[in-house]
Write a protein that binds this ligand. Structure first.
Ligand SMILES: [Zn+2]
Length: 302
């Protein structure tokens, strides 16, 4: 026999229980939401300007991409790697609401340095781009040039007689390549290999100096030495991924770094860094860190 009382009791119990679960689901959702907001807030706090200079050698595989963040939080992206992984690094390292990158440097347009840059230009506002304007035939380079034109991004052509200042204590000394002059035409400069036309910069902040070398090889190293420029630096981004074409002994003696950083993919087809170059650094008591072994290399300078 069907007991109406029990049916009402059970219905009432089921209804109360449903409400309880429903309310607690809402509480759970609220708690999860608050936790996520707190995590985002904490993340944003850690990314706020902290008065230090930061250098991140991004782990992009066999290529170069580095992010420098100045003491007031300005970002300088040097190169765009061999793939699109620079984009996910930028997602992680830039504050959520910061959609401006103050400066991009394309050291040279080889595919292992340029690939993510056209997409970076689509996603962020770029204040300036530093590049040589060297002639180069590739789809990514064409895409970059058309994005620069479409967005009217001011291009700075490197000139060793003109420093770049960020306005918050960081000075970027342009070392290479030589500026175009009436006696040095674009055609003559392009007699240099693509690697040897890489932009070389020395960033200075307080007592710290960082030398960024792109893929220069021994010819450019010797020319920079011959220019008499001050290249002594605490940190050296090892030229050309530790290739035997670069890191000549005289150059290393003049730079005299206490740390060398190599951006390189594990088991890459070039065998970078070459064993004799790794040995040269070790014999000169210069420790090296590679992205293949360390992942993203993160340094900060106070
Ligand atoms: Zn390279």
């Amino acid at each position: 026999m069907f007991d109406i009382f029990n049916f009402r009791f059970v219905s009432h119990f089921v209804l109360r229980f449903s409400n309880f679960v429903s309310k607690n689901s809402q509480y759970t959702l609220v708690i999860i939401g608050l936790a996520m907001i707190s995590l985002i807030f904490l993340r944003e706090i850690t990314l706020l300007p902290d008065g230090k200079l930061h250098l991140y050698v991004l782990d992009v595989g066999q290529g170069d991409s580095m992010l420098m963040v100045t003491p007031s939080g300005k970002q300088i992206l040097i190169d765009g790697g061999p793939n699109l992984s620079t984009l996910s690094h930028l997602d992680r390292l830039l504050p959520f609401f910061d959609r401006t990158i103050e400066m991009i440097v394309l050291t040279h347009p080889d595919s292992d340095h340029i690939t993510a840059l056209p997409e970076v230009l689509k996603r962020y506002t770029i204040d300036h781009i530093v590049m040589t304007g060297v002639g180069h035939s590739s789809g990514r380079y064409d895409a970059l040039l058309s994005e620069i034109q479409r967005r009217s991004i001011p291009v700075i052509y490197p000139d060793p007689s003109v420093d770049i200042v960020t306005g918050d204590g960081v000075l970027i000394d342009v070392l290479w390549p030589p500026a175009l002059t009436p006696t040095l035409s674009q055609g003559e400069r392009e007699n240099l290999s693509s690697n040897n036309q890489s932009i070389v910069l020395r960033a200075l902040y307080k007592n710290t100096s960082i030398l960024l070398t792109g893929d220069i090889e021994e010819d450019a190293e010797q020319a920079i030495l011959a220019s008499g420029a001050d290249i002594r630096s605490d940190i050296l981004k090892v030229p050309h991924h530790g290739s035997r074409t670069s890191s000549s002994t005289g150059f290393l003696l003049a730079v005299d770094p206490y740390l060398g950083l190599i951006s390189v993919g594990s088991d890459n087809r070039y065998g970078h860094p070459h064993t004799e170059i790794s040995d040269r650094y070790l014999n000169m008591d210069i420790p090296i860190k590679t992205t293949a072994s360390n992942g993203v290399i993160s340094l900060e300078f106070d």
